[in-house]
Design a protein around this ligand. Structure first.
Ligand code: UGA
Length: 440
């Protein structure tokens, strides 16, 4: 099948590469000339394991091309996939300007029967508007379908090639059958439904996962007060198949470009039809306050934070990505600066992106994890990169001015820590070597 993908962001680029990998001829279109030049040279504008290799193989095989010429790319396509961004407006609602702009251009370029599939996350009802815009711009035969995307950053290629399910929202059998055929090489779990339900499945899935995270984070906060261990609680809960073990890792809350945006958008979508989504509002609020646990624990361990050197391990919103959008590290570092501390920061891949976001003179940018902890009063682990999880804790202890660790991701076991003198503050588990009396 000839597929044209509009937008080479996370979703567009990964989908384009993967559709080529399963045997289609794919053209990826973007307005950004520099990005297209980079992609044509075999480079990729994002950090995503496995993506570059797959891109090169498929480009070399002639199955994958990149262009700024939307018109010719759409003209020759059987299927046009819209994967442009839907950033949040100040109200929380999704900004649909990019989608509408792209769809207008697509409408004037389609030639012969074409399916236009929307992969961008869009509020319920948007595909009706997409259909209307295309109908106004062409006399050619077309169908609009919704194919929401469920890939995760950091495992995007794996998720796309081995999805749990594919959701296809269509209002006629011809388009639905073509989309089913396209996705059969990926999975047999294909849900064909109406367009509005498909749009809602995407928001409901992200909102539910965010709810699991905020739920376990609240359980963790109660565990801390009661001397219980949230890791044990999550394990015990997760073995119940109705609950499942996934997304029950307590920590400093979710970040990224999806959960924060989509939860707020769904609250707004509900509000637009006069429904007060109370549960989801609490999920967002709990997530916002969860990061402050790191600051509370630093206070507990060190007293005043003024003049303290605090190492920050991890800036990305999660491991496996250089994405720092809505990362809890942002507000934690801002707070440390406000309290007069010096953050010494290190992330294996997200340093440049973070510096673009926050180039504050109080921040010390470190060369590696050791440089970050040297001479520090405490280290805060904010992203569970493997190199932090496998670190030599004795060496860490020796390099620090005070061996204090706030572990925002619960990566170390009690036995490991007990072999050191590190004062250790995890989330929802009892602290170890809590030196509060000695230090204050
Ligand atoms: C999320 C969804 O998982 C994807 O299915 C969806 O396609 C994507 O949003 C999207 O809408 O585009 P992503 O944002 O890449 O994917 O990241 P996740 O792996 O879901 O993690 C989100 C956040 O939750 C991270 O900050 C992570 O640290 C946090 N998290 C995750 C926890 O705090 N605890 C957990 O148990 C799991």
């Amino acid at each position: 099948m000839n597929i044209t993908v509009i937008g080479t962001g996370y979703v567009g680029l990964v989908s384009g590469v993967c559709y080529a990998e399963i045997g289609n001829k794919v053209t990826c279109v973007d307005k950004d000339e520099n990005k297209i030049k980079l992609l044509n040279r075999g480079g990729i504008p994002i950090y995503e394991p496995g993506l570059q290799e797959l891109l090169m193989v498929n480009a070399d095989a002639g199955k994958l091309t990149f262009t700024t010429d939307l018109e010719s790319a759409v003209r020759s396509a059987d299927l046009v996939i819209i994967a442009v961004g839907t950033p949040p407006l100040p109200s929380g609602e999704a900004d649909l300007r990019y989608i509408e702009g792209a769809v207008r251009e697509v409408a004037s370029s389609i030639h012969g029967y074409t399916i236009v599939a929307v992969k961008s996350t869009v509020p319920v009802g948007t595909n009706d508007r997409v259909r209307q815009i295309i109908a106004e711009g062409t006399t050619q035969e077309f169908d609009v379908v919704s194919v929401p995307e469920f890939l995760r950053e950091g495992s995007a290629v794996k998720d796309t090639l081995n999805p749990d399910r594919i959701v296809i929202g269509a209002d006629n059998k011809r388009a639905a059958d073509i989309l089913v055929e396209l996705h059969i090489p990926l999975t047999e779990e294909i849900v064909v439904t109406d367009i509005r339900s498909a749009e809602m499945i995407k928001y409901a899935s992200n909102a539910f996962l965010a709810t699991k995270i905020s739920f376990i984070n609240e359980i963790a906060n109660i565990c801390e007060k009661m001397g219980a261990d949230v890791g044990e609680v999550a394990k015990g809960m997760g073995l119940d198949r109705r609950i499942g073990p996934a997304f029950l890792k307590a920590g400093i809350g979710y970040g990224g470009s999806c959960f924060p945006k989509d939860t707020k958008a769904l609250i707004q979508i509900a509000g637009n039809v006069e429904y007060d989504f109370k549960l989801l509002k609490s999920v967002v609020e709990v997530n916002q306050t969860q990061r402050w646990g790191v600051i509370d624990k630093l206070y507990r361990a060190l007293g005043s934070l003024s003049g303290r050197k605090i190492a920050i391990w991890g800036l990305a919103f999660k491991p496996g990505t250089d994405d720092v959008r809505e990362a809890p590290a942002i507000e934690i570092i801002e707070k440390l600066i406000e309290l007069g501390a010096t953050p010494k920061v290190y992330d294996p891949v997200a340093m440049d992106n973070f510096r673009e976001l926050m180039d504050h003179p109080s921040i010390s940018w470190c060369l590696n994890e050791w440089d970050a902890v040297s001479g520090c009063d405490a280290v805060c682990l904010l992203t569970e990169w493997e190199e932090f999880c496998n670190i030599d804790l004795h060496k860490v202890e020796q390099l620090m001015a005070r061996p204090v660790m706030v572990d925002g991701r619960n990566v170390f076991g009690a036995e490991q820590i007990k072999q050191t003198s590190i004062a250790y503050y995890p989330v929802g588990r009892p602290p170890i070597n809590d030196k509060i009396e000695e230090i204050v």
